[in-house]
Design a protein around this ligand. Structure first.
Ligand code: NAD
Length: 361
């Protein structure tokens, strides 16, 4: 099969990690008989320098024509003083809205070999962790009516949280579909004891659940979910929640896994289209120095194989290769442990080790 991938390396370590990721995809292509066609595009600071805008029209147009988008990271101190609309991060917002990406998937997987990096006690962590946070991305309070007014008593400001049935239905349906491929459990997080929009959220999730009788559904208030994530994270499999609650809970869940250099993400739209990117930023402090951990980007490509291309054996192979390399002594600077005899490894070497592990997967 031929697959068209729009590739946006972006800024900072973006090009370092995307280069390794494309080589991993190429090796998958050789091993499984696929052809991945890449179109490299500008966004973020690189686009500002070359074309004066963070998201050139061509970038969005080519992304729309592609099967999937792979993005490194955008931003850096050289663009920090630009006006809001010209900041590199505007490219991310423009891509999300322009591509209709309504769901953000953030797996929080704790690899056995990185358990030391987890801030929770080992008896809480047990045999490692595997949680999926599905966050609604284009609705809720971040997109609701907002404003401010001057009153005699001082300034007053407001933001509004609103959800419609179709918005909740599509994210719920996606979450149940993901749960069907995992351990068939969904926790829907809301604040239905207080918020009207949460009551609609809960009723809609329950309606969608009837189409997935094999999936066990439970509801949890967001304050309790924040506590339960650190008290007993094993009770969760797929968590589905609104934009703001998901913003906070996905960061909390990912902290449990230790290193930011290990965390992939996917943003999905209608059909199988998706944009895949590591959770971390452009890490300007280590850019171009062969120091960045490419694993978050490589695992993002594995998510692309699984969710957009429905190549689950290939996705499993990439994830298994990462796990196999982590069993060895080689570690990038962000995940190396003192006193364990581990070997400091650069971006390129880490990429090569993962590709070599694929051959034997
Ligand atoms: P960051 O994630 O770039 O870096 C935080 C720390 O983690 C740094 O010390 C960095 O060296 C380290 N780190 C990050 N990724 C790593 C990796 N793969 N391997 C090893 N170490 C890694 O966050 P920041 O410093 O707050 O932001 C830097 C720039 O990135 C800013 O311009 C910010 O706006 C931008 N940013 C972009 C995105 C994105 O493109 N999605 C996300 C967050 C931040």
């Amino acid at each position: 099969m031929d697959y068209a991938i729009a590739v946006i390396p972006g800024d900072g370590i973006g090009p370092d990690i995307i280069d390794e990721t494309l080589q991993v995809l190429d090796r998958i292509g050789e091993l499984y008989g696929h052809s991945f066609k890449y179109t490299e595009l500008l966004a973020g600071g690189a686009a500002l320098d070359a074309e004066g805008v963070p998201l050139p029209a061509r970038t969005l147009a080519v992304c729309k024509e592609s099967d999937a988008v792979l993005l490194g990271a955008v931003g850096g101190p050289q663009w920090d003083n630009l006006a809001g609309s010209r900041r590199p991060e505007q490219a991310l917002l423009g891509l999300r809205s322009g591509l209709g990406l309504f769901a953000n998937l953030r797996p929080a997987i704790l690899f056995e070999e990185l358990k030391d990096a987890c801030p929770l006690r080992s008896d809480i962590i047990g045999e490692g962790l595997d949680i999926y946070v599905v966050r609604e991305l284009t609705g809720g309070i971040y997109f609701g009516d907002r404003g401010s007014e001057e009153l005699a008593s001082g300034t007053r400001a407001w933001d509004t949280m609103a959800y419609s049935v179709p918005e909740v239905e599509r994210i719920a349906r996606l979450s149940f579909s993901i749960a069907m491929k995992r351990s068939k459990k969904v926790t829907s997080v809301d604040k239905a004891n207080i918020l009207e929009s949460s009551r609609l959220w809960r009723a809609t999730v329950e309606k969608v659940a009837r189409d997935f009788p094999e999936v066990e559904l439970n509801h949890m208030y967001v304050d309790n979910a924040a506590m339960q994530l650190v008290r007993n994270p094993h009770q969760f499999d797929v968590i589905v929640t609104s934009n703001m609650f998901g913003d906070i809970l996905s960061d909390e869940a990912s902290m449990i896994t230790g290193s930011i250099g290990m965390l992939p993400s996917a943003s999905l739209g209608e059909g199988s289209f998706g944009m895949y990117e590591p959770v971390h930023g452009s890490a300007p402090d280590i850019a171009g120095q062969d120091k960045a951990n490419p694993i978050a980007a490589i695992l993002s490509a594995a998510m692309m194989l699984r969710y957009t291309f429905e190549l689950s054996a290939e996705a499993d192979a990439v994830e298994a290769a990462v796990a196999a390399v982590l069993k060895g002594p080689s570690r990038t600077g962000d995940i190396i442990r003192e006193g364990k005899g581990e070997k400091l490894t650069g971006t390129r070497e880490m990429g090569k080790l993962i590709r070599d592990a694929l051959v034997s997967a």
